[in-house]
Write a protein that binds this ligand. Structure first.
Ligand SMILES: [Zn+2]
Length: 90
């Protein structure tokens, strides 16, 4: 079983589209920072935007490579800290 993300780069002026294939063995690729092969901008994150179709072996998703702003990163850190705080109080 594998997932293919039909990915579009959201870097202004790029818009490169390509497929990212993810198998069970490289799930960490989704969590790591990705580099656009079109404009070589790094630090991107894969954002799934819904399933296109699925066969018995492969699922296809539409996705965007987004480049989080500093605000976005800070917000995520706050969320993570809040989650960790709740977990510690239980
Ligand atoms: Zn790009």
């Amino acid at each position: 079983m594998r997932v293919i993300y039909k990915t579009n780069c959201t870097n202004p002026g790029c818009g490169h589209s390509w497929n990212i294939t993810v198998t069970r063995d490289d799930l960490s690729a989704l969590a790591s920072k990705l580099v656009c092969p079109g404009c070589s901008r790094g630090g991107g994150q894969l954002r799934s935007e819904g399933r296109l179709k699925a066969t018995s072996r492969t699922s296809y998703y539409r996705a965007s490579l987004v480049f989080p702003t500093l605000d976005g990163i800070t917000g995520k850190l706050k969320d993570a800290l809040a989650t960790a705080g709740r977990a510690n109080t239980r």
